[in-house]
Design a protein around this ligand. Structure first.
Ligand code: MUC
Ligand code: MG
Length: 392
C-alpha cells in the first residue's frame, strides 16, 4: 500500500513538474506547397497544389506540438495567403505567445485576438499546435481537452471539382466501389450555369437517385441565376446548396432560401459567431459550415457551433483541403459537438499526392476516424515536410 501511495505521489509530482514547464519557448511557421492528385476548380480559383503553413510550437518542457493553416488558391477563398500567414505569425502572433502557458487556452486566444484582427487561419494553426503540445504534456487527446468525444468517427463527403463530367463520374464511382465516400459535393461556378447543370445531370444519372449530392457555388451565381437555375437543382434532388451568391449579399441569400425547398449552407458569408448570428437571424440558410479558417480557433469554433445550433441551424464539418494535420485539429473539435448533422468533408488527406502526417487519418466504410493518442494524434513526416517546404 505504502509503495503504491509513493508511486501516485511521484506521478502527481512528475505531472506537476511537467505542467510547470508548459511555457511556450518558440513558435515557427513553414510554408508548404503540397501537390494535389488532380486540378481542383472553384468559382474564383483553380489549384494543382495546396498552400499550407505548418506551425510548430516548442514548450520549455521540451514537448513540441504541430498545427496547420490552410488556404485555397492563395488569398482567394479567404483573404489570407501562406505568405501573410507566415508573416503574421512570425511578426505579430508568436511574440505575444512567448512564455505563456500552453494550458491557458482562453487567455492565449484573448492575446492572439489583441495581436491581430481576423487572420483566423494563422491564429487557429497556433492554437492547434499549442493544444497538441498541451495534450502530449498531460497525456490527453486534444478532443479530451476540448470537452471529450461524442463520436470517434464521422461520415466524410468527397468533392468533385475537375470540371470534366466523365472524370467526375468515374471518380465518384471509384469512391463508392472502394467504400470510401457515398456523398458528393460538386463545385459549380467556374463555368456557365448550364454547363454546370449538365455535369450534375451526368452525375445524377450515373450515380442513381439515392446518392446525396451537394452543390457548392462558392458565391458564383447572381440572385437572378439562382431564380433561373435553382428549380433544376430541385429537379435533380440536390440535398444542399452551399453559398450560392456573394458573401456580401445576405438579403439576396435570405430571399433565395425563402424560395427554394433545398436547404442553403452558409459558408463564406459567416466567419465569426457574430456573423453567424446575423446570417441566421436574416434566414440566409439552415446549415452552417464550420472551419478553422473562419473561426480562428478550436474553442471559438465550438462557440460558433453553439451560436448556429441556438438558431436551429444544422452543422457541417467544413474544410479547406487540409492535410491530416489540419484535418486532425478540426476532427478533434467536431468529435465533441453534441450534433454534427452533416458529418464532415475532410477529404484533404486523400486529394494530396502525399499527406504530411507519418500515419495519415484512417478512412474506412465511408467514415473518417478521429485519431487516437495524446494531442492531435498525428505526427508530421519530417522528410515530406522537407520535400514540400518552400525554401526561398
Ligand atoms: C469550400 O468552399 O467549401 C471545401 C471543399 C472544397 O472543395 O472547397 C473547400 C472550400
Ligand atoms: Mg464551400
Amino acid at each position: 500500500m505504502e509503495t503504491a501511495l509513493v508511486e501516485i505521489a511521484k506521478t502527481v509530482e512528475d505531472a506537476r513538474a511537467a505542467a510547470k514547464d508548459t511555457a511556450i519557448r518558440s513558435i515557427s511557421a513553414t510554408i508548404v506547397d503540397a501537390p494535389t492528385r488532380r486540378r481542383h476548380r472553384l468559382s474564383n480559383t483553380e489549384i494543382t497544389h495546396q498552400g499550407l503553413v505548418l506551425v510548430r510550437v516548442l514548450l520549455e518542457n521540451g514537448v513540441s506540438g504541430i498545427g496547420e493553416a490552410s488556404t485555397l488558391g492563395g488569398p482567394r477563398w479567404a483573404e489570407e495567403s501562406v505568405e501573410s500567414i507566415q508573416a503574421v505569425i512570425t511578426k505579430y502572433l508568436a511574440p505575444t505567445m512567448d512564455g505563456q502557458s500552453a494550458l491557458a487556452f482562453e487567455a492565449n486566444a484573448v492575446r492572439l485576438g489583441k495581436a491581430a484582427t481576423r487572420n483566423f487561419a494563422a491564429k487557429a494553426a497556433i492554437e492547434s499546435a499549442v493544444l497538441d503540445a498541451a495534450g502530449k504534456t498531460l497525456g490527453l487527446s486534444s478532443s479530451a481537452l476540448l470537452g471529450g468525444r461524442v463520436r470517434d468517427r464521422m461520415e466524410v463527403i468527397w468533392a468533385l471539382a475537375s470540371g470534366d463530367s466523365s472524370q467526375e463520374l468515374e471518380e465518384a464511382q471509384e469512391k463508392l466501389r472502394r467504400r470510401e465516400h457515398r456523398q458528393f459535393k460538386i463545385k459549380f461556378g467556374f463555368q456557365d450555369p448550364r454547363a454546370d447543370l449538365k455535369r450534375l445531370q451526368t452525375l445524377r444519372l450515373g450515380l442513381g437517385g439515392e446518392v446525396p449530392l451537394i452543390v457548392d457555388v462558392n458565391q458564383g451565381w447572381s440572385e437572378a441565376e439562382c431564380l433561373r437555375f435553382m428549380p433544376a437543382l430541385e429537379e435533380l434532388d440536390v440535398a444542399l446548396v452551399e453559398q450560392p451568391v456573394s458573401a456580401l449579399q445576405l438579403e439576396a441569400m435570405a430571399r433565395i432560401a425563402a424560395r427554394t425547398s433545398i436547404p442553403l449552407l452558409i459558408d463564406e458569408a459567416a466567419f465569426t459567431k457574430e456573423e453567424i448570428a446575423r446570417a441566421a437571424s436574416m434566414g440566409c440558410g439552415t446549415v452552417y459550415s464550420l472551419k478553422l479558417v473562419k473561426s480562428g480557433g478550436l474553442f471559438e469554433m465550438k462557440r460558433a457551433a453553439g451560436v448556429a445550433a441556438a438558431h436551429g441551424i444544422e452543422l457541417y464539418g467544413g474544410c479547406l483541403l487540409e492535410s491530416s494535420i489540419g484535418a486532425a485539429a478540426h476532427l478533434a473539435a467536431f468529435s465533441t459537438l453534441p450534433k454534427l448533422e452533416w458529418g464532415t468533408e475532410h477529404f484533404g488527406p486523400r486529394i494530396l499526392v502525399e499527406d504530411l502526417a507519418v500515419v495519415p487519418l484512417r478512412f474506412e466504410e465511408f467514415q473518417v476516424y478521429v485519431p487516437d493518442g495524446p494531442g492531435l494524434g498525428v505526427e508530421i513526416d519530417e522528410d515530406k515536410l522537407r520535400s514540400f517546404a518552400r525554401t526561398d
